[in-house]
Design a binder for this molecule. Structure first.
Ligand code: ADP
Length: 187
C-alpha cells in the first residue's frame, strides 16, 4: 500500500506514519527527516537546505523531487511506503505522478489530517521545547503555517479530484487518531 500523509506542520503526520509503518511493515519516507539528516551530516544537500528550513520556507522543488525520486526507487519501497511531508506543492505532486507512473505504481490513499491553527501553534511550541528543532521558533512556525496555506492546501482539492483523498480530524489522543487512520485504510 502506497500512502501520502498530508496536513499542516504539527498535525501529527510523522507520529501516525510510525504507527502505520509498524502495523503494515511498509516504509516511512519523510523529506523533513532526510533533509535534517543531511544538515546534521553537513552534506552538500544539507548546506543547500539549511537556510530555507530555518526560515520555515520550502526547500526548492527540484531538490526535494530529486530526493524522493531516488528514495522511491530503492528496493525496500516496493512493498509500500508512506510519504510524510511530500508533496507540498503542485509541482511536487505532478512530479510524483510522473515518477510513479514510470515505476508502474500509484498512490492508494491520501490521508489529510485536519487540525485547527490554534492547536497547531501550541503543539509546535511544545515540540520546540522537547526536541530543540531549530525551525520550531515562533517566526518559523508562523511562516510554515502560511506557506502551508498558500502552497500545500491546494493539494487537498487536487487529490479530492482524483478520488483518493481521505479526511481525518487530527485532534484527540494519538491512539484515537491511529484508530481512525486504521479504519480508513481498512488494514
Ligand atoms: P513540519 O511538518 O513540522 O514543517 P517537516 O519535517 O515535514 O516539518 O519539514 C521541515 C522543513 O523541511 C520544512 O519547513 C521545509 O523547509 C523542509 N521540507 C520538508 N519537506 C519538504 C518538501 N516536500 N518540499 C520542500 N521543503 C520541504
Amino acid at each position: 500500500m502506497n500512502l501520502i500523509f498530508l496536513g499542516p506542520p504539527g498535525a501529527g503526520k510523522g507520529t501516525q506514519a510510525k504507527i502505520v509503518v509498524e502495523r503494515l511493515g511498509i516504509i516511512q519516507v519523510s523529506t523533513g527527516d532526510i533533509l535534517r539528516a543531511a544538515v546534521k551530516n553537513g552534506t552538500e544537500l544539507g548546506l543547500k537546505a539549511k537556510a530555507y528550513m530555518d526560515r520555515g520556507d520550502l526547500v526548492p522543488d527540484e531538490v526535494v523531487i530529486g530526493i524522493i525520486e531516488d528514495r522511491i526507487k530503492e528496493p525496500d519501497c516496493s512493498a509500500g511506503f508512506i510519504l510524510d511531508g511530500f508533496p507540498r506543492t503542485m509541482e511536487q505532486a505532478k512530479a510524483l505522478d510522473d515518477i510513479l507512473s514510470k515505476l508502474g505504481t500509484k498512490i492508494d490513499h491520501v490521508i489529510n489530517f485536519e487540525v485547527n491553527e490554534e492547536e497547531l501553534v501550541s503543539r509546535l511550541m511544545a515540540r520546540a521545547e522537547a526536541e530543540g528543532r531549530s525551525d520550531d521558533n515562533p517566526e518559523s512556525v508562523r511562516n510554515r503555517l502560511r506557506v502551508f496555506q498558500e502552497k500545500t492546501q491546494p493539494l487537498v482539492d487536487y487529490y479530492k479530484g482524483t478520488g483518493i483523498l481521505r479526511n481525518i480530524y487530527g485532534l484527540g489522543d494519538i491512539q484515537e487518531v491511529a484508530g481512525k487512520v486504521q479504519a480508513v485504510l481498512g488494514a
